[in-house]
Ligand binder design. Structure first.
Ligand SMILES: [Zn+2]
Length: 105
């Protein structure tokens, strides 16, 4: 990724938790710096919280029972959908935004 030029699309984003900021360009997969988006501090904070919980959970995954993981994934996806809705409301409808859920096992 680092050899690519900075993304200039700003037309379609996707929301997906990973070990980076959770908003990506849907066209080139550029990881968008959440601080570059014209959104409220509150929404940024909630996105960061959401992704930090995901990262914590993923790093513990090997020690966990699958039942607990299922529960986590379904809560994580629900919250991700809510955050995506808020992002759409704040950025306006000119940008297409899709949520990419973690697949349930
Ligand atoms: Zn792009």
């Amino acid at each position: 990724m680092f050899f690519k030029k900075r993304c200039n699309h700003q037309r379609s984003y996707k929301v997906e938790a990973d070990f980076a900021d959770p908003i990506w360009c849907a066209e080139c997969n550029w990881n968008i710096d959440i601080d570059d988006l014209p959104i409220s501090e509150e929404l940024k904070k909630d996105f960061v919280k959401w992704v930090v919980e995901y990262q914590k959970e993923m790093s513990l995954l090997k020690e966990q029972e699958s039942e607990h993981f299922q529960e986590f994934v379904s809560k994580h996806n629900d919250e991700g959908r809510r955050l995506t809705e808020r992002l759409i409301r704040e950025l306006g409808e000119n940008i297409s935004i899709t949520f990419v859920p973690v697949s349930e096992l």
